[in-house]
Design a protein around this ligand. Sequence first.
Ligand code: F6P
Length: 369
Amino acid sequence: MKKSRIAVLTGGGDCAGLNPALKWVVKTAMDERLEEERGIRYEVLGIRDGWKGLVSLDPMHPDTDQGWIVPLNSDIVRTWDRYGGTMLGTSRLSPYDPKNSCSDIVIENIKTRGIDAVVVIGGDGTLAIATRLAREGINVVGIPKTIDLDLPETEYTLGYDTALNVIIEEVDRLRTTAGSHKRIFVVETMGRTAGWLALRGGEACGAYIILIPEHDYSIERVNELVLEGRRSGARYEIIIVAEGAKPIGGTEIVKKKGVDSFGHKALGGIGQFVAEEIEKGTGLESRSVILSHLQRGGAPSAYDRRMGRYFGIAAIDLVSKEDFGKMVCLQEGEITCTSLENIYGKLNLVNPDIHYDKDRYNGRRTIIN
Ligand code: F6P
């Protein structure tokens, strides 16, 4: 029987859904019945801490792995789909970071360790690296993950559904204290430059106002809406603000200056800024809550377990067909795949003309026109 070696890694921000995908990559690759059909026996190596694992291996000693490589099998991953985060660990290290370029080491380590294909579970940054490695002849297959849902060519990215559930759980919790004190609560969600988490989370939790990065807001209009709500008898308001939202003529608020090795800003603080502006403009008591990494934590939802399973299986289907340079994806409700080149350097952002009520700063109020 022909033998082949697959490596699998999770890169970038962790989220729920990564472990179900890891489990099904391993189970599908090492399934004895499928092995017979394929005529290939796969060995699966887990790479620790994303690209950092492949950078940290010593290319001069291919017989060593210094703990960066974990041989996986169905017994080891049996229960992984029940847990959040990633059992392999991750990092935000980019081998193509101009300040510390080391992609040649990654390519060397993949070759010297006899790795025939790499399954890469990641978001825009991690999959961009996979695309560049594919251009340099490395066999890669991508699995889309990000709570931001900002990857193009796919209707779903792992972690998004679980993050949405965190938003509704925390907002349901906040409603009791907001109602008791007749306060406005501004809840800041993650999402980088995409408003999907804020918009869908806000729609699901029944937020009064939702501010997204794709449509700059006027604080005067926000205050008008808040006062209108109070005049109509509302005791409190829940306002959802995406971390990348910004006022008309203003800029994003960042937690710290500079960018990470993927070129991403550290967004954060807009929630407190909006709460202060509302209190100043309306005289109504306002508080802010930043949900931050709560949205990335915890056990995967049923949907993330299912999608992790389907994406994991589909990734190995592509490997076994030697159909490389692709990302598995969800299109028109079906699991399929697309070229990594189709997503390289692009983002899937909210189109306010379709999905947003620009007058009332909320989800659309008509759907079938
Ligand atoms: O891309 C996922 C994400 O959670 C973004 O929504 C957020 O801006 C960023 O990662 C936070 O990054 P870190 O975990 O490095 O603070």
